[in-house]
Design a protein around this ligand. Structure first.
Ligand code: GLA
Length: 333
């Protein structure tokens, strides 16, 4: 059997998922494939991109201590799913590894389907793989990456309410293109800084109530300047996601682009997850003719920038990504 799970790029709405806010990612045509057969009491996978295989017992203990490092994600899924039989096969991917397009979420989702999780139970797949990611990496991520990979829709991005977990497809206009460019900067310290930001959002919520419902006035009353900035990013970003979905639906690409640029400024100044390298790349891409807007995408601290453009506006660098269907399983003859 063969399981495929796409990577994702987030168009707008970063660091909003872990407080139950709004995000607008899309599953992309690049992804990870797991091919093989079920049976036995171990999950053994070789990878074309890794020198050592992942070999995980069904009774695996702590996924974070599995070796080699990529086996942690496999072990994370095994420990959350506890399948009754193992799997032997291989992993191939068209995603850049660790490049900010959720290669780890794609691996988790593909492994979960290969091990027997039902592909149409999107929320179960996404939640289980989110927990697998926590166990594997120690990073307390939200649900965006795994849900985008599971729930992708051909031709559309996904407006996700991370509180109700409702997923609403938002068509990407034909006369536009989404381009992802890697900054060349590895996401150093992303794990601990991510956890710190998440804790700051929670501390702000303890003072002003849930951020997805909080008003800007309420947030501005916070005494602590750091918590005030973090909360202001979340509250304004949720609003930008709503406006962005409406702009795409109206075909107003200029408005959508302006919201992306404003999102980047907020991630840079209020949430403080950008870097000079990411800022310079956003500025350089934004100055090109035919680019409506650009922003860092995902956790930040390095990684990728996403741009919304007229078709063909950015050539010779990065990946032109297309909104694609979500994860699926194929039974091979
Ligand atoms: C990472 C996490 C997501 C989300 C983004 C930031 O990709 O895995 O859950 O929080 O960062 O938006």
């Amino acid at each position: 059997m063969q399981a495929f799970a796409p990577g994702r790029v987030n168009l707008i709405g970063d660091h909003t998922d872990h407080t139950g806010g709004l995000v607008l990612p899309m599953a992309i045509q690049l992804g990870t494939t797991v091919t093989g057969w079920r049976g036995g009491d171990r999950v053994r996978l070789v990878s074309a991109d890794e020198p050592a295989p992942a070999d995980v017992g069904l009774d695996v203990g702590d996924p974070a201590s599995a070796t080699p490092p990529w086996a942690r994600y496999v072990a994370g899924v095994v420990s959350e799913l506890r399948p009754s039989q193992g799997f032997t096969g291989e992993v191939t991917t068209t995603l850049p590894l660790g490049g900010g397009l959720s290669s780890s979420a794609a691996l988790e989702v593909a492994v979960a389907l290969a091990l027997g999780l039902a592909e149409d139970d999107l929320l179960t797949v996404a939640r289980l793989c989110q927990l697998a990611e926590h166990a594997a990496s120690g990073v307390p991520c939200g649900i965006m990456d795994q849900l985008a990979s599971a729930a992708g829709v051909d031709g559309s991005a996904l407006l996700i309410d991370c509180h109700s977990l409702a997923v609403t497809p938002v068509a990407i206009p034909d006369d536009s293109e989404v381009v992802v460019v890697h900054s060349g900067q590895e996401r150093a310290l992303a794990g601990s800084a991510y956890a710190e930001r998440r804790a700051q959002c929670e501390a702000a919520q303890d003072r002003v109530g849930v951020l997805r419902k909080a008003s800007l006035d309420r947030v501005d009353s916070l005494d602590d300047p750091v918590l005030r900035r973090r909360a202001r990013h979340v509250v304004t970003e949720n609003e930008r996601v709503r406006d962005f979905a409406a702009a795409l639906a109206a075909g107003d690409l200029s408005a959508a682009g302006r919201l992306m640029t404003a999102s980047h400024a907020s991630l840079r100044d209020d949430f403080e997850v950008s870097t000079p390298t990411l800022d310079a790349l956003v500025t350089r891409l934004s100055e090109r003719p035919g680019v409506y807007g650009a922003r860092l995408t995902g956790a930040g601290f390095g990684g990728c920038v996403v741009a919304l453009t007229r078709p063909g506006a950015i050539t010779g660098e990065g990946w032109v990504v297309r909104p694609s269907a979500g994860a699926h399983l194929q039974r091979l003859p």
